[in-house]
Structures are given as structure tokens and as C-alpha cells.
Design a protein around this ligand. Sequence first.
Ligand code: ADP
Length: 220
Amino acid sequence: MKREFAVIGLGRFGGSICRELSEEGMDVLAIDIHEEKINEYKNIVAHAVIADTTDENTLKELGIRNFEHVIVAIGENIQASILTTLMLKELGIKKITVKAQNDYHEKVLNKIGADHVVHPERDMGRRIAHNIISTNILDHLELSDDHSIVEVKAGSRMHGKTLIELDIRAQFGCNVVAIKQANDKQINVSPMADQIIDQDDVLIVIGADKDISRFEKQLV
Ligand code: ADP
């Protein structure tokens, strides 16, 4: 069964969501106020419509209420983004994801009941900053303001030791949830205490940022 998504605003972010959802076989309604955007996407998505979504009647006429998930990707025009979100909320849309342009925008969106507020530039910036600072942190996924999941490459200090010997949970308060082995590219999603770590194995670690940072400095 196809799931229905509506994406409002076909800038870089909304456009990329449209392409990806369509490639995954989803039925997407793409909406933008500008005709050239609609022309760009009409052959990519199932339906593409020129409309100003700050107008309540327009939203109703589009049948937006029939969509289970609406993504508001209006970027620069914060007022249009807030008004659209407010109206979608009033129309009873079950799931509304909105892109925030800055922290104030995010606050307002949370206040008016957006279900999921995303902040792609800020989050990607943070992620890249973490990757730049630490050569051993291969990737970084923020879970909350102070918890993350990171991918770290095991160095010589861990080589040849078992998880129990390294005692990461007790020493640093973080958990190794999976290990990608360097030699055979296998991923072990429930590593046992006696698993031996080799240099260049990739450990997927979950924990508080301060604990992960200690772990990284002392052991990686
Ligand atoms: P990004 O940073 O993701 O590229 P932009 O702000 O450049 O985001 O793009 C947002 C898109 O939203 C633009 O294509 C713009 O035409 C569209 N848009 C702006 N206001 C409205 C509106 N009221 N109704 C529908 N689409 C809108």
C-alpha cells in the first residue's frame, strides 16, 4: 500500500525530500508557490501543484486533509512557514514535519504543535564539526542535547583486548552497541563481552557526550 505525503516548498531541502520519497515509490504531492519549481518537479513526483499554502481555502481545495504526513519545507519565508503549519494543524493533519530556519522559528513551531521540527543546516554543521575535530570519530548522530551515537575507529590502545577487558561501560558509562570488523566488514549488532577488538574495527557507541568524549580521549 502506498503512503501519501505532501511536501510544501520545493527549495533544496523540500526538493530533496520529494526526490527521495518518489524514488522509494511513495505517492508525493509537491506544492510550491512558484511555477518554475512545479515545472522542475512535475515529472519526478506523482502530483505537483502551484499554490500559496498560507491560504486556508487553497489548502482545503488541495485535499490536504487526506494526507497522513505533510512536510513544510518553506525556508526563508518564516511567516509563510508558520502560517502554513498553523493551518495544517487546525485542519487536523496527523503528522506535520517542519524545517526550521533558526532557533526562534523552531520555538514557535514547537509552540503551535508541529510534530517534528528539523533543523538540517544546524544539525549537519554540528555533525561535520564533530567529524573535523576528531579523526577517530567517523560519524556522529545527536540523540538529544547531551546524548549521541558515534562511530569510532579503534586505535592501538584497544587492539587485541576484549570488551570485558576494556570495561568501557564501567569506566566511561557508554555502551558499545555494535562492532564493524575491519577484516571481514561484518557488522556484529550484539557484541559479546569476550569479543576481541582489532585496530581499525569500528565501534558504534551510545552515551552522554561528556562520557563519549572521555572515552575517546583515553581509549581511542
Ligand atoms: P531551501 O533553503 O530548502 O532551499 P527555500 O527557502 O529556498 O528553502 O525554498 C522554499 C520554497 O518554498 C521555495 O521554492 C518557495 O517558492 C516556496 N514557498 C515560499 N512560500 C510559499 C508559500 N506561501 N506557499 C508555497 N510555497 C512557498
